[in-house]
Design a binder for this molecule. Structure first.
Ligand code: ADP
Ligand code: MG
Length: 613
């Protein structure tokens, strides 16, 4: 029988491949502009006619190509960006497949001019349906210019599938925005039908965002910034009150490459939880910088999806960095405190049942104001003398200055004090006998009655906040056990423990599992030996819940550790320690409830006491 298999001619194979890479004019814009950036351009000029259906021109001042490369670049799998497999895992360029130009040339009329800086003349090439029609030496500017005309001229089905010019141009603009926001240092110009749409000079990121989105955006941006050993996160979130009803400004970039990620988007939503109205979408421009070997960009042909090796950790870091930023820049205090002799108590607490504090925004906040915010003062004062140290976990001395920083707020602008009313608990350190210690309770007189604090739960809350803050920056300090802690675990528990091993390690657990026996050589140093068993039990129990949200794992684990630490604490009958404990508790944003939702403090009103008699 006659053979029936034949190899597709190149032009057909290219047309098929083109269908994947080039779906519409916007895809051409993206590929050409990305090539310009990879070529080291400092200026990129984009000229569009009829939403790209008639013409897409991209001119750059990058490194250009020599005559041979100028021809080669249109071949399939022609790339200068990877040479060996390893390069694939260390990409610093946008392109690497060598498919874009071959694809574009398969379905359009392309004219290219290119010249390397040191060459006197450049090369001009005319390519149609992957065939080189003409090649000549020309005098031209340094860099490269691509003119793409009559897109899909030979694929009528595609051409007919294109939407109206308005819609197609919107796609172009979307792609353009994703690129220019990733490269504020490059000057971009976009024109449509000879009208200049955007002319974006090289600028700092904030300015670039404003140039793209309009001046109004300026006062809405809240900077975020977090650097950890895993990832560096910078950028801006839009203040919650300006969240939109549509998914407008949601941009993630990793190593200056735009990507979409429902999982990280969920982290942002979590961070904004309770701050936005329902059915609005938080806006963000978030930039991750990460070792390229820890991500895989190769999962999608058009490369907007990216796999992260440490996605769980990054999720937790992301939530925390956004919350911190919103707290620092945007939040008025969670509670108002009223001054009185002796122990002042939160006004709200005196009159109302304790409730979870809400984050409030301050409409007058000026992000450019240089004065230090109070929360900065708190943070810096706590640096070398952390809450945990104060509570006897390490260095024991109390730093008088910290105390003053917290309560007196020296050196902070008055106006800011008015605008951002923070809690001001006026504690007189001399009056040390104002409270009664009945472990686990600490009881204080208050203006309207008595306040009772559950001391162990206060420890739990403080431990949680400290650990969470530490965890997002560095692995948690661990202590090696003299005798390894051993525990028999089921095969199911073994799977659970192993699947979270990197997170558990970051939290300070050094473990091995042998023949159904979990053996811990080191545990978080904050965890006392007598609390280990309880802690491991609750971790295993909690991680077994199938419905546990991936992003909540760090929260769950740290909550478990904190709860075990809290439970194992004995409240010493020592006024100094207790005063520090209360001070630290009130520094926690959420000091009325434990991370697990149990009440930490209650007030008993005088009226209630009266009823007893
Ligand atoms: P990739 O970008 O994946 O390498 P492309 O088909 O987009 O594949 O481009 C092929 C090659 O052509 C690139 O690797 C690069 O060497 C060269 N090239 C493309 N555009 C430009 C440009 N604007 N300036 C200089 N070289 C370019
Ligand atoms: Mg490319």
């Amino acid at each position: 029988m006659k053979s029936i298999i034949s190899i597709l001619p190149d032009h057909i194979a290219n047309q098929i491949a083109a269908g994947e890479v080039i779906q519409r004019p916007a895809s051409v814009v993206k590929e050409l502009v990305e090539n310009a950036i990879d070529a080291g351009a400092s200026k990129v000029y984009i000229r569009i006619k009829d939403a790209g259906k008639t013409l897409i021109q991209v001119i750059d001042d990058g490194k250009g190509m020599n005559a041979q490369d100028a021809e080669q670049c249109f071949l399939r799998h022609a790339t200068s960006k990877i040479h060996k497999t390893d390069d694939l895992f260390n990409l610093s360029t946008k392109g690497f497949r060598g498919e874009a130009l071959a694809s574009i040339a398969a379905i359009a009329h392309v004219t290219m001019q290119t010249r390397e800086e040191e060459a006197e003349t450049g090369t001009q090439l005319l390519v149609e349906g992957n065939k080189v029609i003409s090649k000549e030496e020309v005098v031209c500017d340094k860099g490269t210019s691509f003119e793409v005309k009559n897109l899909f001229y030979n694929v009528p089905a595609r051409r007919n599938f294109l939407k109206s010019n308005d819609v197609e141009f919107r796609h172009i603009r979307d792609e353009f925005e994703r690129i220019v926001l990733a490269h504020p240092d490059i000057h971009f110009t976009l024109s449509h039908n000879e009208n200049e749409i955007l002319n974006l000079r090289s600028a700092l990121l904030r300015k670039r965002i404003i140039d793209v989105n309009g001046d109004r955006q300026n006062e809405r941006l809240v900077p975020i910034s977090e650097e950890t050993s895993i990832v560096k996160i910078t950028g801006y979130v839009i203040k919650p009150e300006f969240s939109k009803k549509t998914r407008g400004d949601q941009f993630f970039f990793v190593n200056n490459r735009f990507f979409k990620d429902a999982y990280f988007n969920n982290a942002v939503n979590k961070a904004f939880d309770g701050l936005t109205q329902s059915r609005t979408f938080p806006g963000y421009f978030i930039y991750f910088e990460i070792d390229p070997s820890k991500i895989d960009v190769n999962v999608h042909p058009t490369k907007t999806e990216i796999k992260f090796e440490e996605d769980k950790n990054i999720y937790a870091i992301l939530i925390s960095s956004i919350r911190q930023a919103l707290g620092k820049y945007n939040i008025a205090p969670t509670l108002d405190f009223e001054r009185e002799q002796g122990f002042d108590l939160p006004y709200e607490m005196l009159n109302q049942p304790a409730k979870e504090p809400q984050i409030k925004t301050n409409p007058h906040f000026n992000p450019f104001a240089t004065s230090q915010s109070r929360s900065d003062t708190f943070r810096s004062s706590g640096k070398n003398n952390t809450a945990l140290n104060k509570l006897g976990y390490g260095e024991n001395k109390t730093d008088e200055q910290d105390w003053k920083n917290f309560y007196n707020l020296d050196g902070i602008e008055e106006q800011q004090q008015e605008e951002q009313q923070e809690m001001t608990i006026d504690v007189d350190t001399q009056q040390s006998d104002q409270f009664i210690i009945r472990s686990p309770y600490l009881i204080f007189p208050s203006k309207t009655g008595l306040m009772v604090i559950h001391g162990k739960r206060a420890f739990e809350r403080i431990t949680y906040d400290e650990m969470m803050n530490e965890f997002i920056k560095n692995p948690i300090a661990s202590q090696t056990l003299l005798f390894p802690y051993e525990k028999e675990i089921s095969s199911g528990e073994e799977v659970i423990w192993k699947s979270h091993s990197s997170l558990l390690k970051r939290l300070g657990f050094e473990s091995e599992i042998k023949k159904g026996m979990l053996s811990l050589n080191a545990v978080p140093s904050i965890l006392q030996e007598e609390a280990i068993n309880d802690c491991i039990d609750s971790i295993l129990e909690n991680l077994s819940f199938a419905e546990i949200d991936k992003g909540d794992i760090a929260h769950v684990l740290i909550s478990n550790i904190a709860a075990s630490v809290g439970k194992s604490k004995v409240i010493p009958a020592n006024n100094e320690v207790v005063r520090n404990l209360i001070e630290m508790l009130f520094q926690c944003e959420q000091h009325t409830y434990t991370p697990g939702g149990k009440s930490i403090l209650k007030t008993i009103a005088l009226t209630e006491i009266n009823q007893l008699f």
